[in-house]
Write a protein that binds this ligand. Structure first.
Ligand SMILES: Cc1cc2nc3c(=O)[nH]c(=O)nc-3n(C[C@H](O)[C@H](O)[C@H](O)COP(=O)(O)OP(=O)(O)OC[C@H]3O[C@@H](n4cnc5c(N)ncnc54)[C@H](O)[C@@H]3O)c2cc1C
Length: 427
């Protein structure tokens, strides 16, 4: 299998795009701003990706099934690093938000669609980690997800309710034995057609946010019906539309009872939004590293194109913006980790509120920047940036998806404007 239909970039340049060189570019940028512990962790994640690519002769071509590599990523412990997972006897080191960002900084430039698949599973991991209550079945599901044995997905969005995530129509009928019966439709759920475990939100009363629930579902159960929705910008990511018909959820799988669902939905907002923010940022690094190599090698009018202001100055602009946002993300992640430690995992509400607004700002800004950087980097490479010989198209397409998932650009602005109102009221 070849990663391109026809080779159009010459051998010398194509060889220079190898993963090791692209990582070198990223490392030279971040080594002075990461602690030595975190920089070493970055290098160990990169080493894993380089080995994985070599071992499987990965081409990142259109026919590759990225889901096949998740289990190896899980064995390496790089599906989720937000927590130490002592409860699963994994005892990851390093762990926390900065470690999770670093994992992504190695994984996204390696393969953006594989990174998205892993991100989809992580969305199911976080609520389970917060609400396993030491029940064996929940811990077992959690371990399968964290170690990459199975995939996970999260079902919030409905056909008629996307941006407005709290007025749901998927109904939850409470049974006498404490189990729930779910009926309704969900849509655009990353990994759903391939997932074993789904975390689902529903409501006891239609469109009543105060009666929301959160449950864990094994997708082999009766009543789970899922078909694939094809999103051409991320063709290797399996996204689902689900029809839930009398899907019975036993009591021990209920993560949030009637009335607790909305709080559970919002409690992960900081972590989930920041994850999308740094995934967008890592797309920038992936595409910048290509443009950096290409513009230093490609000659026109007898000169490396980097030397023309139209190319070089635009690239420096993209580079500066990416580096500045990287500094912001690192600062945010480090303060989050510090506070989580200080408050023993229970962030006080006022700090959480402040961080939710910052997470929205970063999600908004990083997604917007990735769209610009990924497009302009490809553009700076001319035909070579548009063809299928490198991953540039993959970065560009993934950046467009990042503008929508986890709350669109406009919704982040809406949230930020409400935060401004709140700040005004506090004056
Ligand atoms: C690739 C992909 C993966 C996804 N993965 C998941 C997943 O794993 N789980 C999950 O539950 N969902 C997932 N989603 C769904 C995603 O979160 C929603 O698509 C998103 O929230 C937008 O909802 P919508 O598509 O219904 O658009 P709508 O809400 O209908 O929005 C349409 C447009 O209107 C704008 N808009 C809406 N309300 C306002 C407002 N108040 N002010 C200003 N503008 C507004 C939006 O910004 C958008 O531009 C995924 C989507 C995609 C494309």
């Amino acid at each position: 299998m070849s990663k391109y239909l026809t080779q159009v970039i010459n051998d010398e340049i194509l060889e220079k795009f190898n993963l090791r060189n692209r990582y070198n570019f990223i490392n030279n940028n971040v080594m002075s701003v990461l602690s030595s512990r975190d920089f070493n962790y970055l290098k160990s994640c990169q080493k894993f990706c380089i080995k994985l690519e070599k071992k499987h002769n990965m081409t990142h071509g259109p026919d590759e099934d990225v889901y096949n590599y998740v289990s190896e990523a899980g064995k390496q412990g790089i599906i989720s690093r937000l927590y130490k997972y002592e409860n699963l006897d994994l005892n990851y080191e390093p762990y926390g938000m900065i470690a999770n960002f670093i994992r992504c900084l190695a994984g996204t430039p390696f393969d953006p669609q594989l990174a998205l698949v892993i991100g989809g599973t992580e969305l199911a991991i976080n609520p389970l980690q917060l609400h396993h209550e030491n029940l064996p079945i929940r811990l077992e599901a959690l371990k399968e997800l964290v170690t990459g044995k199975n995939h996970g997905c999260i079902l919030i969005t409905e056909p008629e309710g996307g941006s407005d995530a709290v007025h749901q129509t998927t109904l939850c009928d409470v049974q006498e034995d404490g189990s729930y019966i779910l009926n309704g439709e969900k849509i655009y759920n990353t990994n759903a057609p391939r997932a074993k475990w789904a975390v689902i939100y529903a409501t006891a009363e239609e469109k009543n946010a105060n009666t929301m629930v959160q449950v864990l579902v094994d997708t082999s159960w009766n009543g789970w019906n899922c078909e694939r929705v094809f999103i051409p910008w991320v063709p290797k990511v399996h996204i689902g539309r689900e029809n839930l018909v009398n899907l019975r959820v036993p009591k021990e799988y209920i993560l949030g009872e009637v009335g607790r669902g909305r709080d559970h939905l919002f409690e992960g907002l900081i972590e989930e939004r920041i994850e999308i923010a740094y995934m967008s940022l890592c797309l920038c690094w992936g595409s910048l590293s290509h443009a950096f190599i290409y513009t230093n090698l490609r000659k026109q009018f007898d000169q490396e194109i980097l030397k023309f202001q139209g190319v070089g100055f635009l690239l420096t602009d993209l580079w500066a913006k990416t580096m500045n946002l990287t500094l912001s993300i690192i600062k945010f992640c480090e303060s989050y980790d510090e506070k989580v430690e200080k408050f023993n995992n229970q962030l006080p509400l006022n700090i959480r509120y402040a961080m939710v607004a910052s997470a929205s700002q970063l999600k908004y800004h990083c997604a917007k920047l990735s769209e610009e950087v990924c497009y302009e980097s490809a553009n700076l490479m001319g035909g070579a940036g548009l063809c299928d010989n490198t991953l540039t198209h993959d970065f560009l397409n993934s950046s467009r998806v990042q503008e929508i998932i986890g709350g669109s650009r406009q919704i982040q602005q809406y949230i930020m404007s409400m935060a401004l109102r709140q700040l005004y009221k506090m004056m």
